[in-house]
Design a protein around this ligand. Structure first.
Ligand SMILES: [Zn+2]
Length: 584
């Protein structure tokens, strides 16, 4: 398979190398970016003329729900999601259906057609890791990895309560290896475990009813463990009280908890060349910030609460957040935060699913439609955009919809248009409930993001934030040959014509993965190899042994045997461990 390719004459946007629309050629040999090709190679290489087009690294989605038990529950619960959105098979592709929760094949094709090559599953419950990997393995076209849900894990809560940070760190390292997962996810710490007893937590200092440990202690502990181990990504946080009016206060307070913990990413990997530091700088990664930034005190005086969060992020440098935008339309809300979904069920009466996963976590799923006429939804739309437009340094934010919670990833092009065009925003204000303007600051924002900014939000920064920038999110020498070419001439770009911007981003002219054209103008051209990344953390043998004695003892409470707990490598497609050097 030819993996040698030249991309000529395009306008390149590669923020990790500070390349802002420069006209240049990109060369890929054996699937990796190189500085040049020999004459003899060029004769045999595939050549693409990208004249008058925009060239970016392949898209990276750092937070999306694409695989695992709750995604599948969403599919099962929602046959109506497949009625109007289905695709037949071709000689190369499987058939598939599902709009907000597509089948695994469709997920891969649709991401690829938009120019994405790497997507991280945002929540893997340990006991469901096998299933998650089985689904991820079946998603074609994109490299994947998953974040392990640990914020309500019994072992973590016990070890942290006892002040045994070493043992907790050994446990996390072992869990990453055992379940072949990539980073630490913390969802409504202490609250999800209480939900098993129909309770939640209301503040950062309200202790869990059985483990006597508070959300504050869990957040601090997991951030500390994360940096002690030198993990690729920082601790990935879904705050308490999510989706409740006024939750912006607890979010702002939660973000301050790790303010003294310094980022310590310590990877033993080959780094692609980049001009700016491609190591992550932050020690906490706040996810779907929009859902964590509700203002007001009730639904009656609901308003955007993003200002406090944005001000805090602007003046500190240890936080990155993704937006969790709401682009209107159909969604399926699914999260490890069982009580948050129950609240939504109580509010809407929509069909609802709740899962409790023994000793580890839980989840909830509910179908949801965001309407422009709905006052709350219209403010949520404005909030998602505020979070991307009012954070001064673009390197502190990432564009997501928390797919499929705020909406499907298929709406990314629509969000890009709103970010690049004030006129597009004004048009939507005109169609929205008046609250959108009255109860947010978005109306006063005249910032319009550039293609360079968009490249930061959709590839460079998600890659750096989750610690995969040694190979993704840049076009530096040594990076993976993942490239997207959009049919956009930056010298003629008119963002007032935002409908055109949307259609250009909906369908990449070319998506190239590992130096091969995998999709072109919406047509899948080949099914490339894909990889699954996970963190392989070295820890001292004695520490691990001692910790495992305790863990095995507790397995008498599990319904699975200890030997059946781990996820074997064969469940992964091309397992690709990221070596983490733990210098303790
Ligand atoms: Zn999520």
């Amino acid at each position: 398979m030819a993996q040698t390719i030249e991309i000529k004459n395009g306008y390149v946007f590669d923020p990790l190398n500070e390349i802002d629309g420069e006209k240049m050629d990109i060369f890929i040999r054996d699937g990796k970016v190189v500085s040049e090709l020999f004459e003899s190679e060029i004769r045999n290489a595939k050549s693409i003329d990208a004249k008058g087009m925009t060239v970016m690294p392949g898209g990276v989605d750092s937070h999306s729900h694409i695989a695992g038990a709750k995604v599948n529950v969403g599919r099962i619960m929602r046959p109506e999601d497949s009625y109007k959105w289905a695709r037949g098979k071709t000689a190369l592709t499987h058939s598939g259906s599902g709009y907000t929760v597509p089948s695994v094949y469709l997920e891969g094709y649709e991401y690829s057609q938009m120019g994405y090559t790497t997507v991280f599953e945002a929540a893997v419950p340990p006991l469901e890791a096998r299933h998650t990997h089985e689904e991820m393995r079946s998603i074609p076209m994109i490299d994947t990895g998953g974040y392990l849900v640990l914020g309500n894990n019994w072992f973590i809560m016990r070890y942290l309560r006892d002040g045994d940070i070493e043992r907790a760190a050994n446990y996390v390292a072992w869990m990453m290896k055992t379940h072949k997962t990539y980073g630490i996810k913390c969802v409504n710490p202490a609250g999800v475990e209480n939900w098993g007893w129909a309770r939640n937590v209301g503040s950062l200092d309200e202790a869990n009813i059985h483990f006597d440990i508070s959300p504050r202690e869990i957040i601090h502990g997991l951030c500390e463990i994360n940096e002690l181990l030198g993990m690729p990504m920082s601790m990935h946080l879904h705050c308490n009280n999510l989706g409740q009016p006024g939750c912006c206060d607890i979010t702002r307070e939660s973000l301050a908890i790790p303010n003294k913990i310094k980022a310590n990413q310590n990877l033993d990997v080959e780094w692609a060349e980049t001009k700016i530091d491609s190591k992550r700088m932050q020690s906490v990664y706040l996810t779907h910030a929009q859902f964590n930034s509700f203002g007001g005190t009730s639904w009656g005086d609901f308003e955007s609460g993003t200002k406090d969060i944005i001000d805090y992020v602007n003046k500190t440098d240890f936080i990155v957040m993704d937006s969790g935008c709401v682009p209107f339309g159909e969604a399926t809300v699914m999260t490890g935060d069982g009580p948050a979904i129950h609240n939504l069920y109580a509010l809407t009466g929509n069909k609802w699913s709740n899962t409790d996963i023994e000793m580890e976590c839980g989840s909830g799923v509910i179908p949801f439609t965001y309407l422009k006429a709905n006052p709350i939804h219209s403010v949520q739309w404005a909030m998602g955009l505020e979070l991307l437009l009012m954070v001064e340094d673009v390197w502190k934010s990432i564009m997501t919809t928390d797919h499929p919670n705020g909406g499907t990833f298929l709406k990314y092009p629509q969000i890009i248009a709103w970010l690049m065009s004030q006129e597009a925003r004004e048009k939507t204000f005109g169609e929205c409930h008046a609250w959108a303007r009255d109860r947010s600051d978005l109306g006063g924002v005249d910032r319009e993001l550039s293609l360079y900014d968009i490249a930061i939000l959709t590839r460079a920064n998600p890659a750096r934030t989750v610690g995969i920038s040694h190979r993704k999110g840049s076009l530096g020498i040594g990076a993976d040959g993942d490239v997207t070419i959009y049919n956009i001439d930056p010298t003629k770009l008119n963002t007032r014509n935002y409908e055109q911007v949307i259609s250009n981003f909906e369908q990449a002219e070319y998506t190239i993965k590992d130096g091969q054209v995998v999709s072109q103008q919406g047509e899948i051209k080949m099914i490339p190899e894909k990889r699954t990344y996970y963190s392989d953390i070295t820890v001292k043998d004695e520490g691990e042994k001692e910790m495992l004695l305790d863990v095995k003892e507790w397995f008498k409470y599990y319904t699975v045997g200890f030997a059946n707990y781990p996820t074997p490598e064969k469940y992964l497609m091309n397992p690709t461990p990221i070596k983490v050097n733990n210098e303790r």
